[in-house]
Design a binder for this molecule. Structure first.
Ligand code: GDP
Length: 595
C-alpha cells in the first residue's frame, strides 16, 4: 500500500528511507519544490502524477517525514503512521539531531522500529475497519468463521474516503487538460459525416457563428467605426490625440513610488507620506502581534496552542492589507507549522523569529523563479527570425491597453521597433484607442488592425507575419477584455494563444482586487488549459499589476496573484502616464506588507 517512507533534513540530506517499490518520477522533489518552499506546508496532502504524498514536520530538528502511496489507494493508516514514525524517530535520535551529528549517526537502525510501527498501524486500521463494519450491520449476526479479505476492507476504505482535494495548480491544469482531450476525442467520434464536412471548411465548427458579445456591432456600425477615411472623424481623432498627449505624456508621472520603485531595490527609505498615513489605518503587525510573542518569552519550545492567537492576528493583518482570505489562511498555517516546536530562549528571539518567518515566507513567494527582464529576453530572441510576442489578457477596464502602451513606450526608449496588434475586435472604439496611442507614442511603432468582428487569432497571426517581414523586434497583442466565466470568449483567447504561441502571456489585473483576483486567475488558467489541445498548453506566465497608485498600503493582491499562479509580477502600473510603469521590488513590497 505504501510505496515509500522517507525522512530528510530540510537542508536536503536524506536521513533514512524505506522503499517498497521503485518510484516513477520524484514526488519528494515535488513536495519540496511545490509545498515546502511554496509555504504550503499546512496542506495535508499533495497529489502529483499517480502519487499521493503526506508529510509531518519535526521543526525543532528541521526534519521532514513523508510517506508516498498510490493516490487512488490511500492507506487509511498513513496519517497515524506518519505521526508515530516522526515521534519515534525524533525520540530515538534526539541527541545526534540536536548536535547536528548527521554524518556520524547510523540511522539505518530505525528500520526495525519502523517495521514494527507499520505492522501495528496496519493491524489498528484493520480492526477499526472491522468495528466500523459491525456497527454498520448490527442486525445480521456476524459469522465468526467468515474472514473479511484484506482487499475488501481496503476497497471499503477507499470508497468512504472524502474526495481528494487537488492542491497543486499544475495538477488542476493537467486534470482539466486530460478531461478536455477526452471530451475532444469523444466529440470527434460522435461527429456525423455532414458536420465533419462542415468543420473542414473553416476554423469555426459552424460557419457564420462568430464569437462575439451579445451587443455585437452590425456591419453599418462597423463601417461607422472606421474613422480613418472620414474628415469629421479625423478632427475627432485630433481631439482625442490632444487628450491622450495631455494624459499620457504631459501629465506629471508618479514620482518616488517606493513600494515598487525598482530604483529603491536595496534602500531603506521611508515610504512617501501617502503610504505612511494609510499604513496607520491598517492593523500593524509590530504592535499587537509582536507584543503577544514577547509574552511567550521563556518557553522552551513553541506549541500550537501558544501560537494560535498570534497567528490569528497575523491573518487579520494580512487580510487588512488585501491578501485574499484563503491565501492568508494557508500562508499563516504554513508559517505556524514551520514555527511549531522551535526553541525560544529570549524575548527578542521570539519576536524576531516570528517576524522573520513571515518575512521569509513572503519573500520566497514573491521572488520570481524565472526572468522578468523583458529586454534581455528580447535581445536573446533577436536573430531568431521571429519577433518577440507579448499578449495581454484580463477582464474589462483593468488597464490592458494602457499597460500595453506603457510597455511600448518603455521598449521604444530602449531602441526597439514595436508593432501593436489590435486583436480586441469586439469592443467598439478599441482599435481607435490603440491608433491614438500609436500616434501619441510617435516613431518606431506601428498599428496592425483588421477592424472589428474578425477572428482575433487570425489577426494576431497576420500581425506577427507582417512584423517579421518588416523587421519589427516586438509585437504587442491587445485582446478583448473578458469575464473569466465567459466561455466563448475564453475559448477565443485560448485559440489565439495556441495558434500564435506568444513568448509571454501577461495577465493584467488591478491591485485593488482581493479575493476576486484569485478567482479570475484560476479561471483564466483553467479555461486556457481546457481549451487547448496541445500536450503543453500555454498558461499565464507573467502578471501586470495596475493602479498600484490607488491602493495606499493595501498591497496584498500582489501576494494573492503570485501565490495563485506561481508566476512573477513583471510590471506594476503606478499612474496614468506612459512613464508610470515600474518593476516589482520584492523587498519593498514585503516591507509594506509587514508594516
Ligand atoms: P482595458 O479595458 O483593460 O484596456 O483598460 P484601459 O487600458 O482602457 O484602462 C482603463 C482605465 O484605467 C483608464 O482610465 C486608464 O487610464 C486607467 N489606468 C490604467 N492603468 C492605470 C494605473 O496604473 N493607474 C491608474 N491610476 N489608472 C490606470
Amino acid at each position: 500500500m505504501i510505496d515509500e517512507f522517507i525522512i530528510f533534513e530540510r537542508g536536503g540530506s536524506v536521513l533514512w528511507r524505506r522503499s517498497f517499490v521503485v518510484l516513477r518520477g520524484d514526488p519528494i522533489a515535488t513536495l519540496i519544490r511545490d509545498v515546502l518552499l511554496e509555504e504550503r506546508a499546512s496542506d495535508t496532502e499533495l497529489i502529483t502524477s499517480s502519487y499521493g504524498v503526506r508529510w509531518a514536520l519535526a521543526n525543532e530538528f528541521h526534519v521532514v517525514v513523508a510517506v508516498v502511496y498510490q493516490h487512488l489507494l490511500p492507506p487509511a493508516y498513513a496519517p497515524d503512521l506518519l505521526q508515530l514514525t516522526r515521534d519515534a524517530f525524533v525520540s530515538q535520535f534526539a541527541a545526534p539531531l540536536a548536535a547536528g551529528e548527521l554524518d556520524e549517526t547510523d540511522f539505518s537502525t530505525f528500520t526495525t522500529v519502523f517495521d514494527g510501527l507499520l505492522r501495528d498501524a496496519e493491524h489498528l486500521s484493520l480492526s477499526r475497519a472491522h468495528e466500523a463494519r459491525n456497527k454498520r450491520a448490527p442486525k445480521s449476526k456476524p459469522d465468526p468463521q467468515t474472514k473479511v479479505p484484506e482487499e475488501e476492507e481496503e476497497i471499503k476504505h477507499v470508497e468512504t474516503q472524502p474526495e481528494i482535494e487537488i492542491q497543486s495548480a499544475e495538477d488542476v491544469v493537467k486534470r482539466n487538460r486530460e478531461a478536455f482531450i477526452r471530451r475532444r476525442t469523444a466529440g470527434a467520434k460522435k461527429k456525423t459525416k455532414s458536420s465533419a464536412a462542415q468543420d473542414s471548411s473553416g476554423d469555426h465548427p459552424k460557419r457564420g457563428k462568430v464569437l462575439r458579445p451579445p451587443n455585437k456591432n452590425t456591419a453599418d456600425e462597423m463601417a461607422g467605426l472606421d474613422h480613418s477615411a472620414n474628415t469629421a472623424q479625423g478632427a475627432g481623432e485630433d481631439v482625442s490625440l490632444a487628450r491622450f498627449r495631455q494624459q499620457f505624456i504631459e501629465a506629471a508621472p508618479n514620482s518616488n513610488y517606493d513600494v515598487i520603485d525598482a530604483s529603491s531595490e536595496d534602500d531603506d527609505a521611508e515610504p512617501n507620506q501617502g503610504t505612511q498615513a494609510a499604513g496607520k489605518k491598517s492593523r500593524t503587525l509590530d504592535g499587537s502581534v509582536f507584543n503577544f510573542f514577547r509574552g511567550l518569552a521563556g518557553l522552551r519550545s513553541l506549541t500550537r496552542t501558544d501560537l494560535d492567537p498570534a497567528l490569528a492576528q497575523f491573518r487579520e493583518a494580512l487580510i487588512s492589507k488585501n491578501v485574499a482570505q484563503d491565501i492568508a489562511d494557508r500562508l499563516i498555517e504554513s508559517v505556524g507549522a514551520s514555527l511549531e516546536g522551535k526553541q525560544m530562549e529570549t524575548m527578542t528571539s521570539v519576536s524576531t523569529t516570528v517576524r522573520s518567518a513571515l518575512d521569509e515566507a513572503l519573500t520566497r513567494i514573491l521572488t520570481p523563479r524565472q526572468s522578468t527582464d523583458i529586454l534581455a529576453d528580447i535581445a536573446a530572441k533577436k536573430g531568431s527570425g521571429r519577433p518577440y510576442v507579448i499578449t495581454y489578457c484580463g477582464v474589462n477596464g483593468v488597464g490592458k491597453s494602457t499597460s500595453l502602451a506603457k510597455t511600448c513606450y518603455y521598449l521604444l526608449n530602449h531602441g526597439h521597433k514595436v508593432m501593436i496588434a489590435a486583436c480586441d475586435t469586439f469592443r467598439a472604439g478599441a482599435v481607435e484607442q490603440l491608433r491614438t496611442h500609436v500616434r501619441c507614442l510617435g516613431k518606431g511603432v506601428e498599428l496592425f488592425d483588421r477592424g472589428y468582428g474578425k477572428d482575433a487569432a487570425a489577426v494576431a497571426n497576420d500581425a506577427i507575419r507582417k512584423a517579421k517581414e518588416l523587421g519589427y523586434d516586438v509585437v504587442l497583442v491587445d485582446t478583448a477584455g473578458r469575464m473569466q466565466d465567459n466561455e466563448p470568449l475564453m475559448r477565443a483567447l485560448a485559440k489565439l494563444v495556441e495558434v500564435n504561441r506568444p513568448d509571454r502571456l501577461f495577465f493584467v489585473g488591478e491591485a485593488l482586487v482581493g479575493n476576486d483576483a484569485v478567482d479570475q486567475l484560476k479561471k483564466f488558467n483553467a479555461a486556457l488549459s481546457d481549451n487547448q489541445t496541445s500536450a503543453r498548453p500555454r498558461l499565464i506566465d507573467g502578471i501586470v499589476l495596475t493602479k498600484f497608485d490607488t491602493i495606499d498600503d493595501k498591497v496584498g493582491a500582489a501576494v494573492s496573484m503570485v501565490y495563485t499562479t506561481g508566476q512573477p509580477i513583471v510590471f506594476v502600473g503606478v499612474g496614468q502616464t506612459y512613464m508610470d510603469l515600474r518593476k516589482m521590488n520584492t523587498k519593498a513590497l514585503v516591507r509594506a506588507l509587514l508594516r
